[in-house]
Design a protein around this ligand. Structure first.
Ligand code: G3H
Ligand code: ZN
Length: 281
């Protein structure tokens, strides 16, 4: 069932566990994420990034409609989130397309400009009934908040949340987007200091590159929304390769997309069992 993102995040935080948000590129991603979540018995967030919208010829509506339909038929609570949004035009399309939340991404701007742009966008999104996440990295960071080595300062994070009125904060604590191996090490002390400094829930991006033990420690330390994208694509592409290596004569995409969808669902179930299911030890 389609559920507001804020409800899932609040419930996860109250349980001391995380809600995982997985990136949707194709309809098979959405189907796999929901199957994986149903197998784990956990709520889940389907998130569509501005990059994915660009892949769909710049149109949000088709992939949003697919994700919405898959979410509506699910046997677990499913939220829809629009991720890493830079374009104001795209932000305006979030609520009409059924999204319950957005991530306003002004993280490449210098601090003052990030605050001004995010506060403006957050006010507009709140007026449309959306839950708003945004991101703060290093002051003046040139490579975005999730370049390796970038860190969010707790005092600045507290000031940023107060000045922007956001509902959740994505922080830079050692993860990095699109890693193909799981070698990132998170700054666990910083996660605890950020949780103590900031009233809103914390969000971890670039989680595909983080090993299981660091992810579980991060959730114990105060991370509530865990964003996972690349791990699904690794599973998808690995399964397609293996299927076609084995059966090079196949031409019907349903044959190899079935294995891709199954592989992605397995990745989702494993992550949810680790980070979302049950109660903390
Ligand atoms: O917003 C999406 C995530 O940060 C995904 O990052 O692809 O490195 O897991 P990832
Ligand atoms: Zn991200």
């Amino acid at each position: 069932m389609l559920t507001p993102t804020g409800e899932l995040v609040t419930a996860a935080r109250a349980r001391g566990r995380a809600v995982c948000a997985f990136n949707v590129i194709t309809v098979e991603h959405a189907e796999a994420i929901v199957s994986g979540a149903e197998a784990a018995g956990c709520p889940v967030i389907l998130q569509v990034s501005e990059n994915a919208v660009r892949f769909h010829h710049g149109r949000l509506a088709p992939i949003a409609a697919a994700a919405r339909a898959v979410a509506a038929a699910a046997h677990v609570p499913v939220a829809l989130h629009l991720d890493h949004v830079v374009s104001a035009e795209l932000l305006d399309q979030a609520a009409p397309n059924g999204f319950g939340s957005v991530m306003v991404d002004a993280s490449r701007l210098a601090y003052r400009e990030n605050v001004a742009a995010t506060a403006r966008a957050a006010a507009a999104c709140h007026a449309a009934g959306l839950w708003v996440e945004s991101e703060l990295g290093e002051v003046g960071g040139k490579d975005g908040a999730h370049a390796p080595g970038v860190r969010t300062d707790p005092a600045q994070a507290a000031a940023y949340v107060a000045a922007t009125g956001i509902d959740a904060l994505a922080v830079a604590v050692g993860s990095s987007h699109a890693m193909l191996d799981r070698t990132a090490r998170l700054d666990q002390d910083l996660i605890v200091r950020l949780r103590e400094a900031v009233a809103v829930p914390l969000v971890l991006h670039g989680s595909s590159g983080v090993p299981d033990d660091d992810l579980t420690a991060a959730v114990r330390g105060g991370m509530v929304k865990i964003n996972i994208g690349t791990a699904l694509n690794t599973a998808f592409t690995g399964a397609v390769r293996a299927t076609l290596d084995d059966r090079p004569e196949l031409v019907d995409p349903r044959r190899y997309l079935t294995s891709a969808r199954t592989a992605m669902a397995g990745t989702v179930t494993a992550a949810l069992r680790l980070l979302s299911a049950g109660v903390p030890d």
